[in-house]
Design a binder for this molecule. Structure first.
Ligand code: HEC
Length: 427
């Protein structure tokens, strides 16, 4: 039976299988016969508007430069380059389909809820452009119409910073290898992390990175317990009280935390960097590194990355749309700057809502189509963050499908699930 939903193709590992099985993105256009197409998140997106006269140089290149080439270049994490007319011409049907279905560029949060920094979603107009250009059979146009070359790939961290690498070369073993590397930032005093920049060794195989702080002794013991550089980890670093301090996904540049804020790191604390390697495009020895910027003096508004988890769920075998939620009530007025929901592979949806005392419910993030591979720390676009009044009830809801024949519970293994969100908050 033909599947009319893009889900099987969202996953890098299954993407090639999809290609082989012929349920590739183009199936959405030719095979499904639903009109208008309804995508997995239940949203019926407006049919793109046809605009005549679109050409590669005049209209499309500006989109691929800014929205695709951070990943779709030779040696990048995208499975094929979109660097030249020939590249784009070869892939035009899939480009139009993937952008219309909001699979590409990968960006999970719904923009009906909040605006986030570095949002990657295309505008409806850009989607219309790709659609119309493809419909006209991808004309090249005149190279003289090309936009100026891009200004470089996003911001880099301006020194001083501490640069730490994973301590040697690591070659991923399995197709999806989740490896934790212990780092010693050698902080002799309590200080605040104000920014970071991850530099992938082999860009084509590094899929996402989460950095936690914790007890250095505990981390070193975990590292030394097994063979090879680092240790295998999945849902978290497997230590007593991990504290998320940084997150990175391909295509992102340096992150600077909001001015005047930073994440406290205790003197002598260790860091652990979880790297998700995916070997579909490359399988080479990697030596990734991270640059960490610490404030010279303590910041006026230290940030807490407080978590809200629901860990009592039991997802029944075969369940569809199974939800669980948990709430907290803010003990004081706080400013919320960002959120980082974390589920595993069965996750389908993540939503956080705030209900102020006597007020109306406010959406803090809505991820209608969860994809484990693109999780990150989402920082709000609002320059002063979001004010949350004392006594506000914040509810985090996770939704899963469970196609397995087992009850799924909370745990760190690939076969377990999670439902935890980190809030970047200050006073
Ligand atoms: C942040 C990195 C990133 C960006 C930006 C990005 N892609 Fe991708 N793309 C990927 C990866 C990785 C895959 C492999 C499948 C997956 O992991 O979802 C992929 C797969 C694809 C596919 C094949 C699978 C599918 O879903 O149809 C198409 C087509 C595609 N990208 C087009 C685009 C276009 C067009 C843009 C820009 C408008 C873009 N991508 C931007 C990383 C990216």
């Amino acid at each position: 039976m033909k599947r009319c939903v893009p889900k099987p193709c969202d996953d890098a590992q299954r993407w090639l299988d999809c290609l082989k099985a012929g349920v590739f993105a183009a199936g959405l256009l030719v095979g499904c016969g639903k009109s208008p197409p309804q995508y997995l998140d239940g949203v019926v997106y407006p049919e793109p508007t046809y605009k005549p006269g679109m050409t590669y140089y005049k209209d499309v290149l500006a989109i691929t430069q800014t929205a695709c080439q951070s990943c779709h270049v030779q040696g990048g994490v995208g499975p094929f380059p979109l660097s030249s007319y020939a590249d784009a011409q070869k892939n035009h049907v899939q480009m139009a389909a993937a952008s219309q279905a909001r699979r590409m560029p990968p960006w999970m949060p719904s923009d009906d809820c909040q605006s986030f920094k570095d949002a990657r979603a295309l505008s409806q107009e850009q989607i219309d452009t790709l659609y119309s250009w493809s419909k006209d059979n991808a004309p090249e146009g005149n190279p003289a119409d090309a936009p100026p070359p891009p200004m470089g790939m996003g911001q880099t961290l301006v020194g001083p910073y501490t640069e730490l690498d994973i301590g040697g070369e690591y070659t991923p073993v399995t197709t999806d290898d989740y490896r934790c590397f212990v780092l010693d930032p050698k902080r002799t005093v309590d200080s605040d992390l104000t920014g970071h920049e991850f530099i992938a060794g082999v860009r084509a195989e590094v899929h996402h990175v989460l950095v936690y702080s914790g007890s250095l002794a505990e981390l070193q013991a975990k590292d030394q317990a097994g063979a090879g550089l680092g240790y295998t980890c999945y849902g978290g670093p497997g230590i007593a009280s991990p504290q998320l301090v940084a997150a990175w996904v391909p295509g992102s540049s340096a992150t600077l935390y909001p001015s005047g804020t930073g994440i406290p790191i205790k003197a002598g604390a260790g860091l652990v960097m979880q790297i998700h390697y995916n070997t579909l495009n490359a399988k080479q020895p990697d030596r990734s590194k991270i640059r960490l910027q610490f404030a010279a003096m303590r910041v006026p508004r230290p940030a807490l990355l407080t978590s809200l988890a629901e860990n009592t769920f039991r997802i029944p075998a075969g369940a569809v749309d199974y939800s669980a939620s948990n709430s907290l009530t803010t003990p004081s007025n706080v400013t919320l700057w960002g959120v980082a929901p974390h589920l595993h592979q069965l996750g389908k949806r993540a939503k956080i809502e705030a209900l102020p005392p006597g007020g109306n419910s406010q959406c803090l993030i809505d991820i209608p189509r969860w994809d484990f591979h693109w999780q990150q720390l989402y920082m709000y676009d609002a320059p002063t963050g979001i004010s949350v009044a004392k006594g506000t009830k914040i509810t985090f809801t996770c939704t899963w499908d469970n196609p397995t024949s087992n009850t799924i519970r909370w745990g760190e293994a690939t076969t377990d699930e999670m439902c935890i969100n980190y809030f970047y908050v200050t006073q």
